[in-house]
Design a protein around this ligand. Structure first.
Ligand SMILES: *Cc1c(COP(=O)(O)O)cnc(C)c1O
Length: 384
């Protein structure tokens, strides 16, 4: 079956004893045992498993083309999912991280892993050869993010998987910006796919969640043990909301992309815009890699305004359709300013070194009409 059919029909639809078309929210933390050590339907305690969470886990695994008997694992946040993935690492192991990753990922590697004795290093993932040359004999895991936040760089994931596996190294990919609609990293041999479901999978800016998807049953068992022990699991209500969002993922992603394309093309010809970052534009440095590996380019767009912080602030003050906020992936359009928002932990020099200029603005292009989105940016740029 195709993507939308699977998104709508997998995960508990019509399966309850009452035939609920919408899988119900199972608000119970405990389950009655017929006898000691025997469960009625595999559920014993909410931290270990819950039918609403299980419905979401089987639906997301299905969309990522994971093996049928290998449901995903849903966490209380994207950060909890990343933390669980990194709990496979032991002191003395090396973790090789793409330089351009979500700021929260770096907080886990620097504030939790490094003090615990895990060797952490970073390499530019868009340079495949140099990245693979950074693998060490003790590299236990590689962590990638593509498209990356905030510059939307694209990584040649299949090439890095090949080199990493030859080194005995696991590969994890934060695929939040792409969603399973545009990219399915498991198909390239990636071992762990991670999403912040807070973003596009939920899709309505009303929940917090994360997920890990794997294709190896032993690895899944390890992550399930970690979940059972550490307890950062998705609540039944958040799981239910997320599943509701996932049902419409395909139509939403098509519309996000169509709007983002129009906004990116419009920005590219604007005299007060010096550069546009969108993987779908032929001017994007990794456009060819994106075209070869992805089914589409997503809904995130970045641009540099002519000028610097003053001009960027002026735009942030004047948009009306694009709300100034810190997240992405909802139906509403969002504008953010990474230098003063997501990337304040970096010094000015570090930001420039990464290509995040004072003139850089990030857009999560929502599902309003593209005409209104463009008109909003037009009036904001006209104020400069
Ligand atoms: C938001 C985000 C995260 C963290 O997810 P939370 O759900 O906020 O904990 C991780 N990676 C990326 C790419 C994100 O956008």
């Amino acid at each position: 079956m195709q993507f939308s059919t699977r998104a709508i029909h997998s995960g508990g639809i019509g399966e309850s004893q009452y035939g609920d078309v919408i899988p119900p929210i199972h608000l119970t933390s405990i389950y009655a045992f017929p006898e000691p050590g025997v469960t009625q339907a595999g559920f014993e305690y909410i931290r270990y498993g819950n039918p609403t969470r299980a419905a979401l886990e089987s639906c997301i695994a299905n969309l990522e083309n994971a093996p049928e008997d290998c449901p995903a694992l849903c966490f209380s946040s994207g950060q909890a999912a990343i933390d669980a993935a990194f709990r496979l690492l032991r002191p003395g192991d090396h973790l090789l991280v793409a330089r351009d990753v979500y700021g929260g990922t770096v907080r886990v590697t620097e504030e939790i892993l490094r003090p615990m004795g895990v060797e952490v290093s970073y390499a530019v993932a868009t340079d495949t050869e140099q990245f693979c040359a950074s693998l060490r004999p003790n590299t236990r895991m590689v962590w990638l993010e593509s498209p990356s936040n905030p510059l939307l760089t694209i990584t040649d994931i299949p090439a890095i998987v090949q080199a990493s596996h030859a080194n005995g190294t696991l590969v994890g990919v934060d695929s939040t910006f792409a969603t399973p609609f545009f990219q399915k990293p498991l198909e390239w041999g990636v071992d762990i796919v991670m999403h912040s479901t807070t973003k596009y999978l939920g899709g309505h800016s009303d929940l917090l969640g994360g997920v890990l998807v794997v294709r190896d049953l032993a690895l899944r068992k390890q992550f399930h043990e970690i979940q059972k022990i550490t307890g950062a699991v998705a609540s039944p209500f958040d799981a239910w909301l997320t599943l509701r969002g996932v049902r419409t993922l395909a139509v939403r992603m098509k519309a996000h992309e169509s709007n983002a394309f129009q906004v990116a093309q419009w920005l590219e010809q604007h005299p007060k815009v010096s550069r546009v970052y969108y993987p779908g534009l032929p001017s994007h440095p990794q456009h060819e890699v994106a075209k070869r590996t992805m089914r589409g380019y997503g809904g995130m767009v970045g641009f540099d305004v002519v000028g610097g912080e003053t001009e960027a602030r002026c735009i942030l003050k004047s948009t009306r359709v694009f709300l100034l906020a810190g997240s992405l992936g909802g139906v509403e359009s969002i504008i953010s300013y990474p230098p003063l928002m997501s990337h304040t932990a970096l010094s000015h020099e570090e930001r420039l070194e990464r290509g995040i200029r004072d003139s850089f603005l990030r857009l999560s292009v929502g599902l309003e009409d593209a005409e209104d989105q463009i008109a909003d940016l037009e009036q904001a740029l006209a104020n400069l």
